[in-house]
Design a binder for this molecule. Sequence first.
Ligand SMILES: *[C@@H]1O[C@H](CO)[C@@H](O)[C@H](O)[C@H]1NC(C)=O
Ligand SMILES: *[C@@H]1O[C@H](CO)[C@@H](O)[C@H](O)[C@H]1NC(C)=O
Ligand SMILES: *[C@@H]1O[C@H](CO)[C@@H](O)[C@H](O)[C@H]1NC(C)=O
Ligand SMILES: *[C@@H]1O[C@H](CO)[C@@H](O)[C@H](O)[C@H]1NC(C)=O
Ligand SMILES: *[C@@H]1O[C@H](CO)[C@@H](O)[C@H](O)[C@H]1NC(C)=O
Ligand SMILES: *[C@@H]1O[C@H](CO)[C@@H](O)[C@H](O)[C@H]1NC(C)=O
Ligand SMILES: *[C@@H]1O[C@H](CO)[C@@H](O)[C@H](O)[C@H]1NC(C)=O
Length: 468
Amino acid sequence: MKRNFYWCFLIFFLNIGDISGLNQPQTVNVPKADKYEPTWDSLDTRPIPPWFDEVKIGIFLHWGVFSVPSFGGEWFWANWQDDDPDGEYVKFMEKNYPPGFTYQGFAKDFTAEFFDPDEWAELFKNAGAKYVILTSKHHEGYTLWPSKYSFGWNVHDVGPNRDLLGDLAQAVRAKNLTFGLYHSLYEWYNPIYLADKNNSFTTQEFVDNKMLPEMYEVINNYQPSVLWSDGDWEANDTYFRSTEFLAWLYNDSPVKDVVLVNDRWGIDIPCKHGDFYSCKDRYNPGVLQPHKWENAMTLDKSSWGFRRNASLSDYLTIEELLETLAQTISCGGNILINVGPTKEGTIVPIFQERLLQLGSWLSINGEAIYKSKPWTVQNDTLTSDVWYTSDGDKNVYGIVLHWPDKSVLQLGSTVSLFSETSPTVSLLGNTGNLTWNVDSDQGIVSIELPNKSTVANQWAWVVKITSS
Ligand SMILES: *[C@@H]1O[C@H](CO)[C@@H](O)[C@H](O)[C@H]1NC(C)=O
Ligand SMILES: *[C@@H]1O[C@H](CO)[C@@H](O)[C@H](O)[C@H]1NC(C)=O
Ligand SMILES: *[C@@H]1O[C@H](CO)[C@@H](O)[C@H](O)[C@H]1NC(C)=O
Ligand SMILES: *[C@@H]1O[C@H](CO)[C@@H](O)[C@H](O)[C@H]1NC(C)=O
Ligand SMILES: *[C@@H]1O[C@H](CO)[C@@H](O)[C@H](O)[C@H]1NC(C)=O
Ligand SMILES: *[C@@H]1O[C@H](CO)[C@@H](O)[C@H](O)[C@H]1NC(C)=O
Ligand SMILES: *[C@@H]1O[C@H](CO)[C@@H](O)[C@H](O)[C@H]1NC(C)=O
């Protein structure tokens, strides 16, 4: 880091401030004096903006031209191009579209005529989510904002003729949720990208004339608080100029103090560098991680983009969603729950139902989730799957995934809490304290849960253990 130079200025200004009087706003902020260099060694020293770890739950939206066929998911174009002559994508096209139909032909039907961003934002808020991440551009290259670097292939030139990204950003922020963007570095069929690829990525025409200009444009114009990078697996970070871009993002961009990025910035970078690690899709390691991470997962088990032909069993149940949530939060992750909107701009009722179920659960049990910290132990499988969180102080929360036999919950990991002091135990959403006893020889605490029929929520219960 080029720190010393800036420290001189800082000290200079502080001295002036002292002389000129005390009623000046405190604009001097030591971390702002840091300048990150375009190297991972330097970028990795950046402390992550604290808001992200506190909010825990986000909504991911995969929306684009792929939402028009809504067949197979967001990889439709590539799956179709790579399909066998008698494969299901080729057959789908032969059956439903005229010969010679190209992928670009779908864009005029990306109409979004029912898109009501306020309604979406209200749904996400009621789900208990605190941030929303939209695909600004997926691997197809179509931009959800009117980018001047994506001529003829953006929301203004073809499709809804509406700034979908800008309108959603505004609605989300009006509900006090944080707005962020997904962005794909590569574009499957962009001829400039393919030419660079042909040159083994020794030329950077695509990066310099398309990818980076649009990244600066979208950050400057919409100021996202998260930049969720993807499409990095064919070339390295040198080709994408990732560290140069991130140094600008951290030093000079309008979001430098609040923004976080994930780790998909080139071959061999995921799970090694970035403010938070997304590693691989649906990453859920099940053990405490030393670095902040995020589980980007889907409610439709097999797809990020909407699939018109999905059946009920293709979606996670609320029990499965809460299990994933509990595992993720206990191990220090955030959860980013994906929803695939339709080409008309609606979010189908199955997604709404799952999100509102989550919201109702969080309205009772959110204390165990938001702003929580991992506890000493993450899970316990003695009589029931239990995942722990804590408030970093006197409270430990056990998220109980299955109601135990005879309503007696046995925990193996919390004995020390009970043998040293006499804690108070309760069930969130229920009045009254629970009785418990300790078998120190066996190392087991038995907690008597109330009658299940009197308990407020139906799936996953939270036992709160408060040490005195
Ligand atoms: C739905 O589409 C997928 C292709 O994505 C196909 O594999 C599956 O069989 C279809 N399901 C039904 C019920 O048609
Ligand atoms: C907005 O969100 C922040 C952080 O989650 C919270 O502290 C604040 O009270 C919220 N404000 C409103 C008006 O909801
Ligand atoms: C890539 O190289 C091949 C073979 O040299 C050539 O046929 C093709 O047109 C090239 N593609 C691009 C996009 O430059
Ligand atoms: C990154 O890729 C370029 C182009 O293929 C190559 O010249 C360079 O050596 C690679 N850099 C690293 C660090 O692997
Ligand atoms: C914690 O969960 C993991 C993954 O589900 C499991 O393998 C492990 O046995 C559990 N540990 C305990 C102590 O229950
Ligand atoms: C539960 O225990 C705490 C601590 O001993 C006590 O302050 C509180 O009054 C108890 N609550 C009820 C409903 O008995
Ligand atoms: C729980 O409550 C139900 C309904 O009030 C009752 O039928 C049942 O006997 C109770 N079970 C226990 C173990 O108290």
